[in-house]
Design a protein around this ligand. Structure first.
Ligand SMILES: [Zn+2]
Length: 363
């Protein structure tokens, strides 16, 4: 019996070996798939390891990632080591779901700040608004200090429960809520669009194909294109000048930051967070750092990528160093190399916390 077991284990092992061998053989260059491309940097160039950010940080874009008390403790430890003084949790939630999140994070009231979602129940029925405003005020009284993450990739405000398909941020049904945010001093974090590659044709000319194909929008019906969904944000920002809006992920204008710059020039109540769009801009470091320099009073540090130490370190390396041609395909999904922006001290300090303090609700 024992022998038989050993034999079958040996067979299994060999089989495993054969499979591996075959999969290695399959990666001959003429068979290699883009998704399996894992180049390694062999340039002998500086490698900067930045464990702690140069200035204290407020992370304006994160989510309620901790699943239990141990993870919460680990997160706080990682924040301490990385130099994150406070993390904003965009919960999307309202009602009892929001209340239980407030309870869970209440052990660290100075380290975490929770923002709630809007209640879109009945958004497509006449009379939508007053009940949602009451729920917003209830969340505010429970401790919500902002609203987010709202999200519209072109089909409506679908982040949250229930999703509001077909209703964009500039819809008049949103007016009561947006004005109430201004009255309460609650900023709104909103995701509009996605990087341009996600809307483009999925073919060999699509530079961002690896992520674009996963999150493709080119095959969706009833969807606004990137310019048109950005326009819905512009309308809302313009019509509600007392409401503070944070367009997350650089408003997904990574490949044409001029379009975001135009809005920042026109509307003082608009800010942008840089979360989860490091890799999208790291191939063009000089273009990006010039943008950060020009709009240094309006950009906010954010992550949106969990709470691992290595994740924080990667963001610091991209923002602070001048490192060249390094990869992090596991974190970002793109096949291309990254380049540090080498931001100067003044820009870094504003990005890391000074600008966030202008946006956050004053206690
Ligand atoms: Zn997010």
């Amino acid at each position: 019996m024992k022998n038989l077991l050993l034999q079958s284990l040996t067979v299994l092992f060999c089989f495993h070996f054969i499979i591996n061998y075959e999969s290695i053989a399959q990666t001959k260059p003429d068979k290699l798939l883009l998704k399996n491309f894992r180049p390694k940097n062999i340039y002998n160039v500086p490698v900067t390891k930045i464990v702690k950010a140069k200035y204290p940080i407020i992370d304006i874009h994160s989510h309620a990632y901790a699943n239990n008390k141990e993870e919460l403790e680990l997160w706080v430890k990682n924040m301490d080591e990385a130099g994150i003084i406070k993390t904003i949790l965009l919960t999307y939630a309202h009602g009892s779901e929001f209340d239980s999140l407030i309870n869970f994070y209440s052990k660290y009231p100075d380290r975490f700040e929770l923002w709630c979602g809007f209640d879109f129940t009945g958004y497509d029925k006449p009379g939508y608004g007053p009940a949602a405003v009451r729920e917003l005020e209830r969340c505010f009284n429970k401790g919500a200090k902002g609203v987010g993450e709202l999200g519209d990739k072109g089909k409506g405000l679908v982040y949250g429960n229930p999703p509001a398909y077909g209703m964009h941020i500039d819809n008049e049904r949103m007016n009561l809520l947006l004005d109430k945010c201004a009255e309460l001093g609650m900023p709104i974090n909103i995701h509009v669009g996605e990087p341009q590659w996600f809307y483009d044709k999925m073919d060999s000319t699509n530079d961002g194909l690896m992520n674009a194909y996963t999150w493709r929008l080119d095959n969706q019906e009833n969807i606004l294109n990137l310019d048109d969904v950005l326009k819905t944000l512009e309308n809302a920002v313009k019509n509600h000048p007392k409401t503070i809006f944070v367009a997350c992920h650089l408003a997904n204008q990574n490949t044409d930051l001029v379009k975001l710059g135009r809005l920042l020039d026109l509307y003082p109540n608009l800010y942008a967070d840089i979360s989860a769009r490091y890799a999208e801009n790291a191939p063009v470091p000089r273009y990006t750092s010039a943008f950060f320099e020009k709009y240094q009073d309006r950009l906010l540090y954010g992550t949106d990528m969990g709470f691992e130490k290595s994740m924080y370190e990667t963001t610091f390396r991209i923002l602070e160093s001048n490192d060249e041609h390094f990869y992090n395909i596991e974190l970002f999904g793109y096949h291309w190399p990254l380049y540090g922006f080498g931001l100067n001290d003044k820009v870094l300090e504003k990005l890391y916390s000074i600008n966030a303090k202008k946006v956050l609700l004053k206690k």
